[in-house]
Write a protein that binds this ligand. Structure first.
Ligand SMILES: Cc1cc2nc3c(=O)[nH]c(=O)nc-3n(C[C@H](O)[C@H](O)[C@H](O)COP(=O)(O)OP(=O)(O)OC[C@H]3O[C@@H](n4cnc5c(N)ncnc54)[C@H](O)[C@@H]3O)c2cc1C
Length: 406
């Protein structure tokens, strides 16, 4: 790979030699950064937030077998081990019930994956995963850098940031999430479609009193509640040891925040069915909506919702972004939610971002061995599109089923 010197422009701090810039410090961008560090490709990662913990990303994330394999291709073995050790110990695999806790069948795609006879999927805490993935990247990450635009030329690509800095490098990877500034410029007119669905999610601390009220069946692991026109998912996030202690044992330099054990829950359905056509403005309004949705549910299920703190709940409109349009660029590409977005309900968005990171780092390493950067970027984009279209299609089919049930 040809390494060019990043030059300092318009008041930039100048970050030395950089083969490529990554924009966005979400899980996709951080995973790619780990892989580039491992293969010795110079880079700088720009993140708009002031710190890694600037906003709450404290929901649970399920990583299936493909996501775990992709992660293993990107991160060093000690960090991979730490991800697995910080995963929830609760029994994996969903238990489908109705709102009265009676077992039911529900044909959901993207079900839990298996290796041999065992469930392969693991559930991790989103913020912990980001903290682990940021470990060892301190010298590469620039916080408080919100990209506003870039300019591509035969000589390189220049990124401009809201803080007035500008940087020139060889490549730019837009890993800047669903509102991607890079995509806006690379694929003008390609915008996420509103599916009419929404997801309300929250968490409830797994204190002894809460676990008693919630009962042993739900405390065993994951439950999917097939309700009247919408779907509820509940996962117990129960850890083997306090997070900082696990980090100290495995990667002493990695700083991770302690996370109290909790039940993560999400309610997904049409906005009309959930009563969130107008997004609730206050925790009190959201509390009223959730109480109404679960009012006839079994008391053990109700306890999961009613014992939580509405200030920690959120409503996410569900958008879908199909990565079916090719782009013309020799130096700019996209990764993760920036180019494909789907409902969080069946947990594939982050997994697809991890697979993108593994594929793109492989392509960049091959380009470094002389296979041609432009051809490798194109090869990445083709593979990414195929995989992500399949993922968005599967999740959209679930969304249509929910909309039909409403
Ligand atoms: C409630 C919920 C549950 C979910 N559960 C699962 C699950 O179980 N499994 C799963 O696979 N997926 C799940 N997802 C989806 C998953 O979280 C996303 O698909 C994944 O986080 C996408 O990662 P990303 O790195 O592409 O984007 P993001 O995580 O959105 O990261 C983008 C980053 O870019 C930064 N940024 C944005 N704009 C700029 C800019 N202009 N300049 C610089 N930086 C910028 C942002 O601050 C952010 O840090 C869930 C989502 C939600 C909301």
């Amino acid at each position: 790979m040809v390494i060019e010197t990043a030059s300092q422009i318009s008041g930039s701090t100048g970050y030395g030699d950089a083969e490529g810039y990554l924009v966005g410090g979400g899980i996709g961008g951080l995973c790619l950064a780990q892989a580039l560090k491992r293969t010795g490709v110079p880079f700088v990662l720009f993140e708009q937030d002031a710190t890694l913990g600037a906003r709450d990303r404290g929901h649970r994330l399920r990583i299936d077998a493909a996501g775990q394999d992709a992660l293993a291709r990107c991160v060093p073995v000690d960090l991979l081990y730490l991800v697995h050790r910080t995963a929830s110990l609760a029994e994996p695999g969903p238990w489908f019930v109705d709102s009265r806790l009676r077992p039911v069948q529900w044909p959901i795609s993207g079900g839990w994956t298996t290796r041999g006879n065992a469930v392969a999927d693991i559930c991790v805490h989103g913020q912990t995963m980001r903290e682990i993935l940021a470990s060892g990247l301190e010298e590469h990450i620039r916080f408080d850098h919100a990209l506003i635009e870039y300019e591509e030329s035969a000589e390189g690509v220049t990124a401009r940031f809201a803080n007035g800095h500008g940087e020139r490098g060889t490549l730019l990877v837009g890993a800047d999430g669903i509102g991607s500034a890079v995509r806006r410029q690379l694929l003008p007119g390609v915008v996420p479609e509103d599916t009419g669905l929404a997801c309300i999610n929250g968490r409830t601390t797994a204190t002894i009193a809460n676990c008693r009220a919630i009962g042993p069946e739900i405390c065993a692991g994951s439950a999917a509640v097939v309700a009247d026109g919408f779907l509820g998912v509940i996962d117990l996030m129960f850890f083997r040891d306090p997070m900082p202690r696990l980090a100290a044992q495995i990667v002493p330099d990695c700083r991770i925040t302690d996370v109290p054990e909790y039940f993560h829950w999400a309610l997904t359905g049409t906005r009309a069915c959930l009563g969130v056509e107008t997004l609730p403005g206050t925790p009190r309004e959201l509390d009223g909506i959730v109480r109404q949705l679960v009012r006839d549910w079994d008391p053990a299920l109700q306890a999961v919702f009613l014992r939580g703190d509405p200030a920690e709940w959120a409503v996410h409109p569900v958008c879908s972004l199909w990565p079916d349009r090719a782009w013309q660029s020799q130096r700019v590409t996209l990764l993760g939610d920036a180019i494909h977005a789907m409902s969080p309900a069946n947990g594939s968005g982050m997994v697809t971002a991890l697979c993108d990171a593994a594929d793109l780092s492989g392509c960049l390493a091959r380009a470094g061995r002389g296979e041609g950067r432009v051809a490798m970027l194109e090869a990445y984009a083709v593979t990414m599109r195929e995989r992500a279209i399949d993922a968005v299609r599967a999740v959209s089919a679930d969304g249509s089923r929910l909309a039909a049930a409403a």
